[in-house]
Design a binder for this molecule. Structure first.
Ligand code: R5P
Length: 321
C-alpha cells in the first residue's frame, strides 16, 4: 500500500448483519476489525459504541441489510451517523446484500420506491461511498449521489459451472428482468442463453408463460440475483424439464431463503443450487444437513479486493474484465 493516503489508514468495522463474512473479509485484507459494540436500550432502540478513534481514517463499514432487515438498516444508519460525527475522513458503506432493492420502481399506483428511499437515508446518515454486490437493477447505482462500486459475483458463479463439467449448457434467466445477467454469464461460459417469460399473478405466486430459446437436450443453468420464496426457481426448473432440459443447476448471488424456500427447492427438479455468502444462512447446520444440493461460495475475497482497491485509489472495474 502507498505510504501516504489522503483518507488516512484503512479501518474495517462490522455491524451485526453478517459478522462471519466481515471476519473473512478482514482476514483476506490482513487487518483486524476495529472494536465496536452495538447494544440495545431497554425499549429495543439501538446504540453504537465505537471503541477506537476513527478521526482522519478511511473507514469501511460492512453491513448487509438482510433479515432482520429493519434492524440491520437502522444499525447501518446509526453507525454511519456515529462515524460521521467522529470525523472519519471517508466512510464507505459495504452492503453485500442491499435490502429493499426489489422495490426500485413503481409497479402499481401509489407504490413506494423503497430502494431509493434507503439510498437517500444511507447517504444522509454519512456514507461517502457505497460498495454493493449484484444489485437487483443497475439503475439503483444512480439512486445514490455518491460513488457506488457495484460488484458482481458472476465470475465466482461461472467458476462453479465450469467445475461441474456438464456439457451442452444453456444459461437461463428466469425472467426478462434478468436477461442482462444471463447474457453476461453466457458470454463468460461461451454458451447460448434462454429467457423465461414469468408472470406474478400475486406477490407469492409465480407463473411461467413461455420459455424463449432452445433448451431441449441441454443442461440448463438458471442464473438469478436472489432466491426468496424459491417460487421463481421451482416454476422455472419445472418448465425447463418439461421443455426437454437434461438437467437444471441454479446459480444465485443472494440466498435470502425465506421460510420454507429450501424445502421447496429441495423438492424441485434441480441438481445443484449454488449461492454466495452475502447473507448468513438462516440455520447453517440444518440447511446443510437437509439440503445436500446446496453449495455456498464466498464473496469475501472479491469484497476484500474491492476495499483495498478503493482505499488505494485503484480501478475496481478492472476486477471484472
Ligand atoms: C425477481 O425479479 C428477482 O430477480 C428474483 O427472481 C425473485 O425476487 C425471486 O423471488 P422468489 O424466490 O420469491 O420467487
Amino acid at each position: 500500500m502507498p505510504d501516504f493516503n489522503p483518507y488516512g489508514e484503512l479501518m474495517l468495522l462490522s455491524g451485526t448483519g453478517h459478522p462471519e463474512l466481515s471476519e473473512k473479509i478482514a482476514r483476506e485484507i490482513g487487518i483486524p476489525l476495529a472494536k465496536m459494540e452495538i447494544t440495545r436500550f431497554a425499549d429495543g432502540e439501538f446504540d453504537v459504541k465505537i471503541h477506537e478513534s476513527v478521526r482522519g481514517h478511511d473507514v469501511f463499514l460492512i453491513q448487509p441489510t438482510c433479515q432482520p432487515v429493519s434492524d440491520n438498516l437502522v444499525q447501518l444508519f446509526v453507525t454511519l451517523d456515529a462515524l460521521r460525527r467522529a470525523s472519519a475522513a471517508r466512510i464507505t458503506a459495504v452492503i453485500p446484500y442491499y435490502g429493499y432493492q426489489r422495490k426500485e420502481k413503481k409497479t402499481a399506483p401509489r407504490d413506494p420506491i423503497s430502494a431509493k428511499l434507503m439510498a437517500n437515508i444511507i447517504e444522509l446518515a454519512g456514507a461517502s461511498r457505497v460498495i454493493a454486490v449484484d444489485l437487483h437493477a443497475e439503475a439503483i447505482q444512480g439512486f445514490f449521489d455518491v460513488p457506488v462500486d457495484a460488484l458482481t459475483a458472476t465470475k465466482i458463479l461461472a467458476r462453479r459451472v465450469r467445475e461441474r463439467h456438464v456439457s451442452d449448457v444453456v444459461v437461463v434467466s428466469p425472467d426478462t428482468g434478468g436477461a442482462l445477467r444471463a447474457r453476461r454469464l453466457g458470454a463468460i461460459l461461451d454458451v447460448p442463453i434462454a429467457i423465461i417469460d414469468k408472470r406474478r399473478p400475486r406477490d407469492d405466486a409465480v407463473e411461467v408463460v413461455h420459455v424463449v430459446g432452445d433448451v431441449a437436450g441441454r443442461h440448463a443453468v438458471i442464473v438469478d440475483d436472489l432466491i426468496s420464496t424459491g417460487g421463481t426457481l421451482v416454476s422455472a426448473s419445472e418448465a425447463l424439464r418439461a421443455q426437454g432440459a437434461t438437467g437444471v443447476d441454479v446459480v444465485v448471488t443472494h440466498g435470502v431463503l425465506s421460510e420454507g424456500a429450501l424445502e421447496r427447492l429441495h423438492a424441485a427438479p434441480i441438481d445443484e443450487i449454488c449461492i454466495t455468502d452475502t447473507i448468513p444462512l438462516p440455520d447453517a447446520r440444518r440447511a446443510f444437513d437437509n439440503h445436500p444440493k446446496l453449495r455456498v461460495l464466498s464473496v469475501a475475497p472479491l469484497i476484500a479486493e474491492a476495499i483495498v482497491r478503493v482505499h488505494e485509489g485503484r480501478s475496481v472495474s478492472e476486477l471484472f474484465r
